[in-house]
Design a protein around this ligand. Structure first.
Ligand SMILES: C[S@@+](CC[C@H](N)C(=O)[O-])C[C@H]1O[C@@H](n2cnc3c(N)ncnc32)[C@H](O)[C@@H]1O
Length: 260
């Protein structure tokens, strides 16, 4: 769907601000950097560009960890469902500071898709501790104690306000996925973006929300390459449900498929 040149510039600049790509000349002291970049000079412009473009670190200042490629994929999916009249909203499970959802809201607004909402599902207090009894193959790292991964709802709302994008079409689903998602009030989901890292967070979201994605809708998995337990959950779910829709890689970790 064509957008005019000023809208194109707006979305491009917004993605660069949300991912902190605009400050690319500065090494911001990222909390975590992909192992294959760890040996490289993080003050080297080309290295910084590659890292942020692919969301290969935990950046200090960005509103989204995801990087340009995964935001671009999110935009592509939204544009496609609007163009094809696939009914439903955009849902992200695991929003952190809200950057990907801020971008999704901007894309919907630019497209004039005023009948579609953005839903943000998160505990707004970080990840749960791994539950190895229930999920023996769970991600071995306990991320629940990492303050960096905790962004409160007030912070996320303020981030939306900074970009002038907070209104009644931005909805919050607050709490642990296992408690909130099965009865979440969202009906049809045209774009479902999963970014909860863990086996549990991925499986609970798929179990609760996959059937609300209509044919032609998209399922995006942010952590597929980065977290083996997340990939296991996707594999187990797809096998159990007999899903053969091809998975397409976005970058080193993100992957997505379109529901047939
Ligand atoms: C990697 S961050 C999300 C990054 C974000 N999508 C972005 O664009 O930068 C993971 C988020 O998932 C949330 N989360 C993970 N598992 C959860 C669960 N089971 N219930 C509620 N929130 C969860 C955490 O609170 C955290 O905000």
């Amino acid at each position: 769907m064509p957008v005019d040149p000023s809208q194109e510039r707006y979305l491009s600049l917004l993605a660069q601000v949300l991912t902190d790509y605009v400050n690319i000349s500065i090494h911001d002291g990222s909390q975590f950097v992909r192992p294959d970049y760890a040996e490289r000079d993080l003050n080297d412009l080309a290295v910084r560009r590659a890292i942020r473009g692919e969301g290969g670190d935990w950046p200090q200042r960005a509103y989204s960890m995801s990087g340009l490629k995964r935001l671009d994929n999110l935009r592509h999916c939204i544009e496609q469902v609007v163009a094809d009249d696939v009914p439903g909203d955009v849902v992200e499970t695991g929003v952190w500071r809200g950057g990907a959802c801020i971008f999704a809201k901007a894309v919907l607004d630019v497209l004039g898709a005023q009948d579609r909402w953005v839903w943000l599902a998160d505990s707004f207090q970080g990840l749960p501790a791994p539950d190895f009894e229930r999920y023996p193959g769970e991600f071995s790292l306990d991320l629940s104690t990492i303050d960096y991964l905790k962004a409160g709802r007030a912070v996320v709302e303020e981030n939306f306000r900074r970009f002038g994008l907070l209104d009644g079409r931005v909805r919050f689903i607050e709490g642990w996925f296992r408690d909130t998602l099965p009865n979440a009030p969202v009906r049809s989901i045209a774009v479902l973006r999963l970014d909860g890292d863990l086996y549990e967070s991925t499986m609970v979201a798929l179990d609760a929300l996959y059937d609300r994605v209509p044919s032609g809708g998209y399922v995006i998995i942010d952590d597929h390459g980065a977290v083996p337990a997340c990939a296991d959950a996707v594999r187990d779910f797809r096998q159990r449900r007999g899903i053969a829709d091809p998975m397409v890689d976005i970058d080193w970790t993100g992957t997505f498929w379109r529901k047939s």
